[in-house]
Design a protein around this ligand. Structure first.
Ligand code: SF4
Length: 382
């Protein structure tokens, strides 16, 4: 019998310095912290080897932070630990996030020979002025060099992260960023709108940041769709574009509500009928792994997924995809008719061109996707 599939996420909470907009769990590592954290991570994974025994791992994602701040040896030890602890299937998608300027050819080659086959570069913009305003540690040229080095090291699946709505950005400079990235021909491009999160330097300074206005931001979102669609990239999720056959398998797992185990501080999991996340307190996490007492002490959240939550999450996550909700699948999963349940609430959005519905699926249009959070909050009871 075929084993059930599972994804693995590993969080590396280290960065050279903090970008002005970042609220991810990351910091500059203290002396000796990297070794202790890696050791804790591996213990954490090994603890799950028996509960994950019956699963076949088809995606692994090493994210952060900046995983490529780790030494070549640490990266190899980490990837080897994943392979020896879990049943990683042949051809599994194994991604690592990288900051341009933090990878050299020999590290990239070592990653490929360790089994990593997808790399995701946080680039954001092809304007050095915009990169500086974001607090990024790299230049445009360093990104281009890292991208080419990744190709020559053997990466055949590369993602590039971009951002719109950033300080000093204009519609013209954003279009130039898209042109520049298209010219490199990555297999996958993510395009996120900048969100100003509480607790970040950008939040404190937001009134004085030279940000594009909302109308320009919306036009940038549409420009990304138009230019990338014309270049052969499928806009398959609110912020994600892929060449045929290169959708992010790991992220698809999140959007399709499939199981994954997360390891490391602030890592989330969906496993055993629960969603849970580890604390972002690195010292507490390391202590618990070194001297186990009660794992629940280092969980920042833990929720049993009942049928109501499952159904709500299903709709929220599927609607992020342009494939939308498959009406037959919805009926199979939840035993009721999607349009009978949501049709009345959706009617004004269907009439307004925000949502499309036919006999097989219900999905957001391009303009609907842009305001999807608002529409979902109107139709779902949560
Ligand atoms: S590189 Fe990424 S994780 Fe690190 S500080 Fe910048 S945005 Fe945050």
């Amino acid at each position: 019998m075929e084993k059930e599939k599972l994804g693995i996420y590993i969080h590396i909470p280290f960065c050279k310095s903090k970008c002005g907009y970042c609220d991810f769990c990351s910091h500059t590592p203290k002396k000796g912290e990297t070794e202790r954290y890696l050791n804790a991570l591996m213990l954490n994974m090994q603890d799950f080897s028996s509960s994950a025994k019956g699963y076949s791992v088809d995606t692994v994602y090493i994210g952060g932070g900046t995983p490529t701040l780790l030494s070549k040896k640490h990266l190899k030890d980490l990837v080897d630990c994943v392979f020896t602890t879990f049943n990683v299937e042949k051809g599994a998608e194994i991604t690592i996030e990288a900051n341009p300027g933090t990878v050299d050819k020999s590290t990239l080659r070592a990653l490929v020979s360790a089994g990593v086959n997808r790399i995701s570069f946080g680039f954001q913009s092809a304007s050095d002025k915009e990169l500086r305003a974001l607090g990024r540690i790299h230049t445009v040229q360093e990104f281009a060099d890292s991208f080419k080095a990744a190709r020559s090291a053997g990466f055949k699946n590369i993602n590039v992260d971009l951002m719109y709505g950033i300080p000093h950005q204009t519609e013209d400079s954003f279009a130039k960023t898209l042109e520049f990235v298209k010219s490199l021909s990555p297999e996958h491009i993510s395009v996120y709108g900048l969100k100003i999160e509480e607790g970040t330097p950008f939040y404190e300074a937001q009134d004085s940041l030279p940000l594009p206005d909302e109308e320009s931001e919306y036009r940038m979102y549409r420009t990304a769709h138009r230019m990338l669609d014309a270049a052969g990239y499928e806009h398959y999720e609110i912020s994600n574009y892929a060449r045929r056959g290169f959708r992010s398998k790991h992220n698809m797992r999140y959007w399709k509500d499939e199981k994954y185990l997360g390891f490391g501080v602030a890592a989330h999991s969906y496993f055993g009928g629960q969603r849970y996340a580890y604390t972002d307190d690195i010292e507490a996490y390391i202590r618990e792994m070194e001297h186990p007492s009660s794992i629940s002490d280092i969980l920042s959240e833990c929720t049993d997924i009942d049928v109501f939550t499952k159904e709500t999450e299903y709709v929220m996550l599927r609607m992020r995809l342009f494939d939308g909700v498959d009406l037959m699948e919805y009926r199979r999963e939840f035993g009721e008719d999607f349009m009978r349940k949501y049709g009345a609430k959706l009617e004004r959005y269907i009439n307004g061109g925000f949502v499309t519905a036919n006999s097989t699926k219900c999905a957001f249009s391009l303009k609907g996707m842009y305001v999807s959070n608002y529409i979902l909050s109107e139709i779902l009871d949560f």
